[in-house]
Design a protein around this ligand. Sequence first.
Ligand code: HEM
Ligand code: NAG
Ligand code: NAG
Length: 194
Amino acid sequence: MAEKGDTSSNSQGVGQFLTNFVSEVVQSPVNVILVGVIAFLVYKIVKSKTKSEEPVPEIKELPKLRRDFTVQELKAYDGRGPDGRVLIAVNGSVYDVTKGSRFYGPGGPYAEFGGRDASRGLATFSVGPGKDEYDDLSDLNTTEMNSVKEWEEQFKEKYDYVGKLLKPGETPTSYSDEEDEGSQQETESKSKND
Ligand code: HEM
Ligand SMILES: *[C@@H]1O[C@H](CO)[C@@H](O)[C@H](O)[C@H]1NC(C)=O
Ligand SMILES: *[C@@H]1O[C@H](CO)[C@@H](O)[C@H](O)[C@H]1NC(C)=O
């Protein structure tokens, strides 16, 4: 009998304690803020824990490329290839912008530039699909051409130079003194097949 009474008063005590606790917390704005801060920190910890368990997509260091490209060849390097490499041509030079994949890779804000000659887009500040053929940029005025060159300076500083963008009929330079097997062989076998 006494046991029963004890348990009921005990559970009542717990309930009352909780009610008091909640009303104390809610009544004081300082406590409300503290609870908010704690909840936020707990959320952050939980979030960072779950995040670290996910496989972090790491950008692998790709071997350096050294070769020239036609407009058609460049298209393969829009970041959707197996190695995820992204190349961009500016002012007739090809740059490896793979480390800027978040800009130029699939889904990036400037994905239209990936695997293409971005000169015209950069000159006119429009991220649209460029020409499918070689673009000689001859209709750009001096202001626009200067803008292209300024952009190229930025690419030069940030990214690796790969080679030239070939005009139609222009033959690729053989960069044989720099042993870059993979890319070099690819160029050679391509030009043999053509
Ligand atoms: C509302 C319009 C735009 C906004 C808010 C914007 C914003 C930005 C920001 C914040 C960056 C720097 C990203 C970083 O370094 O972390 C950037 C870079 C860049 N933006 Fe834009 N942009 C806009 C329009 C354009 C347009 C129209 C073009 C096309 C010419 C363009 C081309 C670029 C390029 C090429 C980069 C350099 C990315 C790199 O470092 O490789 N942007 N933009
Ligand atoms: C060049 O063309 C742009 C339009 O793309 C125009 O706004 C600008 O005034 C032109 N500049 C010159 C020097 O003709
Ligand atoms: C752009 O290309 C022209 C001709 O190919 C070259 O003379 C010029 O130096 C290039 N601009 C930059 C910034 O490298």
